[in-house]
Design a protein around this ligand. Structure first.
Ligand SMILES: NC(=O)c1ccc[n+]([C@@H]2O[C@H](COP(=O)([O-])OP(=O)(O)OC[C@H]3O[C@@H](n4cnc5c(N)ncnc54)[C@H](OP(=O)(O)O)[C@@H]3O)[C@@H](O)[C@H]2O)c1
Length: 192
């Protein structure tokens, strides 16, 4: 991680952190990432991809994304789930059970440095949190779904300061068992 003081947070053994900060999301061709508090598609292959990328590492998310997971699926297993909220007292509510609750993105980044697997830290949404992380993250792993479904939450635009490094596959699309076409693009931040 680079370009932000909290990335240099001291780890528990006081060594300088060398974490990589990544963002990961899935979006339609028009940039939709959510609708009505959930994701408006069914793509099991992407859930698997998300899981293999993030398991073993801390994940940081906004309170709305946390609440988009059904209670029986949270916290996301094998990951320290760090949830950001401005609501004082939310940490004491039943909804917060299983989350490490913090009150700012800076605090989330600091907290992540004390979690297992902190060599990679993943920002997992949603729209508000991605937007605030654009100048902080080193990499963005974006599943592009060949769909024009409507939504109410959008991914940030990875334009200036971001370089599209690779896609899987290099050309064309992968195809889900359910016929949905998708591909995974990796973007890297080029400067502050
Ligand atoms: N397609 C994907 O890959 C993907 C991934 C994740 C989420 N999503 C979708 O995205 C949608 C949710 O995204 P969203 O933008 O509405 O919400 P969000 O980013 O998940 O959460 C927003 C909330 O986070 C808290 N927050 C944000 N910035 C903060 C800050 N600087 N300090 C403290 N707290 C802060 C606030 O919580 P309080 O209101 O509690 O103060 C805010 O209301 C859902 O539809 C979800 O399904 C999609």
């Amino acid at each position: 991680m680079s370009g932000h003081p909290s990335h240099k947070a001291e780890s528990p053994d006081s060594r300088e952190s060398a974490s990589q900060l990544g963002m990961v999301w899935a979006q339609t061709t028009k940039g939709v990432i959510g609708r009505g508090g959930t994701m408006p598609w069914h793509l099991p292959e992407d859930l698997k991809h998300f899981s293999s990328l993030t398991t073993g590492h801390p994940v940081i998310m906004g309170r709305k994304t946390w609440e988009s997971f059904p209670p029986k699926y949270r916290p996301l297993p094998g990951r320290t789930n760090i949830v950001v909220t401005r609501q004082e007292g939310w940490a004491g509510t039943p909804e917060a059970e299983g989350a490490v609750v913090v009150s700012s993105l800076d605090e989330a980044l600091l907290e992540s440095q004390f979690a297992p697997g902190n060599d990679h830290v993943w920002i997992v949404g949603g729209g508000e949190i991605y937007r605030q992380s654009m100048g902080l993250a080193d990499v963005a792993v974006v599943t592009e779904i060949d769909s024009d479904v409507e939504g109410d939450t959008y991914a940030p635009e990875l334009g200036e300061h971001w370089r599209r490094e690779s896609t899987d596959p290099a050309e064309g699309w992968l195809e889900s068992k359910n016929g949905t076409k998708y591909r995974i693009a990796t973007w890297r931040r080029t400067e502050d």
